[in-house]
Design a protein around this ligand. Structure first.
Ligand code: IFM
Length: 456
């Protein structure tokens, strides 16, 4: 890869280190349909499980919903203009399944499909490469009523939906991700219940995890059958485990935690097997698996998307919630940039991976709009800077990383936290829908223009 080493002046007092990225490095920002689109029941869109969940009292902070969100459905042209102003090379977004298939399957909602068609055309006119995610959590409620991801019948239905989208957009969208963060769908949606559909049952969650992978495999087949030249991937989120001390007990606990909670999707997709530690954890609740599933799940991928936000510090007593001296974001997540490099190397050493994109990375901090209307979000800027440096160093280590997407382009609906957490590099005033590029966004724009990150 075209990666030039960092200038050799790191650590010398008064000197700034600069990190020059390869010329074709993909600089992007990411969003997801339910978090920004709004227009929850317009133009034939069906109800999603997040519509149902957020409309249920007590499920989200302040009872917030995605009914309007950033009103991106109506303002997408302005938002693409904003992306262009930032100089983004790529934009990662997701499709709302119930917007294009009101009932999850069957007759196509042409109004919904047209929206994504226009969005893609507008992006391409602005020279911005679309990266499309098929599923970022907003399942059609009608499919949930049939059991959702607990019902294996949903897998071919998902593949049909994937095929529909590829037939319509595959001439212009080349990068396709099946799922965003299947672990969150499994754990938050079906084990902890703090996400839609709000179930809390281990056996159900494990079966859902398996079905998500089967659906992924069927979608990969369906997409390739239509166009073998498209780039197909999946987006996984990972929190690496660090040991709280050098004691053998803590080291073993950290490794066990990584194996049990982080390797399910990596192992099934890239090694065609269920990690034994996961098997132990599931005990009586192991999912039902059909012959051939692991072959289906482990088809070759063209890229892997990695979402990284923080790490876990683990001792033999469990996860350490607060690390003295560490900085924390508004989500209560520790800021630990070196863990990203560490994670990338660990994954690269342990698996035969396709090229990687960092498909999400960013931070929620409390923003203040100053009297002149600016948002001086120094901590978010610093968060992104430090993580980009770690991405660069991982590339120097030999990890094949092709791009980085800041999470998020816009402040948006942060699931159960509603609008209380702001991740955007662009501020959104939810009263007026006014967008203001934050300092972090201005800085990111200069990074993109120069292809360079400096350490101060
Ligand atoms: O907002 C989410 C996104 O939808 C998925 N990844 C993590 C982000 C921050 O929590």
């Amino acid at each position: 890869m075209n990666c030039r080493p960092a200038l050799n002046n790191q650590g010398r007092e008064g000197k700034v280190s600069t990190y020059k990225f390869p010329p074709d490095f993909v600089w992007g920002a990411a969003t997801a349909s339910y978090q920004i689109e709004g227009a929850w029941n317009e133009d034939g869109k069906g109800e999603s499980i997040w519509d149902r969940f957020s409309h249920t009292p007590g499920k989200t902070a302040n009872g917030d919903t995605g009914d309007v969100a950033c009103d991106h459905y109506h303002r997408y042209r302005d938002d693409v203009a904003l992306m262009r102003q930032l100089g983004l090379k790529a934009y990662r977004f997701s499709v709302s399944w119930p917007r294009v298939l009101t009932n999850g399957r069957g007759p196509v909602n042409l109004h919904g499909l047209d929206f994504y068609d226009r969005l893609v055309d507008t992006l391409l006119e602005a020279n911005i490469v679309p990266f499309l995610t098929l599923y970022h959590w907003d399942l059609p409620q009608v499919l949930q009523d049939e059991g959702g991801w607990t019902n294996r019948d949903i897998c071919p239905t998902f593949a049909d939906y994937a095929a529909l989208m590829v037939k319509r957009l595959g001439d212009r969208v080349k990068h396709w991700a099946t799922f965003n963060e299947p672990k969150v769908v499994m754990d938050n949606g079906h084990l902890n219940g703090d996400h839609a559909p709000g179930l809390q049952d281990p056996a159900t969650a494990y079966q859902v995890g398996h079905h998500l992978m089967v659906a992924h495999g069927m979608a990969v087949q369906a997409i390739r059958a239509i166009d073998p030249n498209l780039y197909i991937g999946i987006v996984l989120n990972h929190w690496p485990s660090y040991s709280a001390s050098d004691s053998p007990e803590d080291v073993a606990a950290a490794e066990r935690f990584w194996l049990q909670s982080e390797t399910l999707f990596l192992d099934t997709i890239f090694k065609a097997h269920y990690p034994p530690s996961r098997w132990e954890l599931m005990g009586e609740d192991i999912p039902s698996i059909c012959n051939g599933d692991l072959v289906l799940i482990s088809q070759r991928l063209d890229f892997l998307g990695l979402n990284y936000y923080s790490r876990h510090l683990v001792s033999a007593q469990g996860i350490i919630d607060h690390v003295p001296g560490s900085e924390y974001t508004e989500m209560g997540w520790e800021v630990h940039p070196p863990a990203l490099r560490n994670l990338l190397n660990k994954m690269n050493d342990g698996y035969d991976l396709p090229p990687i994109y960092i498909t999400e990375n960013g931070a929620a901090f409390r923003d203040e709009v100053t009297s002149d209307g600016a948002i001086h979000d120094e901590r978010r800027l610093e968060y992104i800077r430090q993580h980009l440096i770690q991405v660069y160093l991982a590339m120097e280590d030999g990890v094949d990383i092709r791009g980085y997407f800041a999470w998020s382009l816009l402040d948006n609906f942060e699931w159960g936290h509603g609008y209380t957490k702001r991740f955007g590099i662009v501020h959104v005033d939810y009263e007026t829908q006014e967008r203001t590029i934050k300092d972090s966004g201005q800085w990111y724009s200069r990074v993109i223009e120069s292809n360079t990150v400096s350490d101060s």
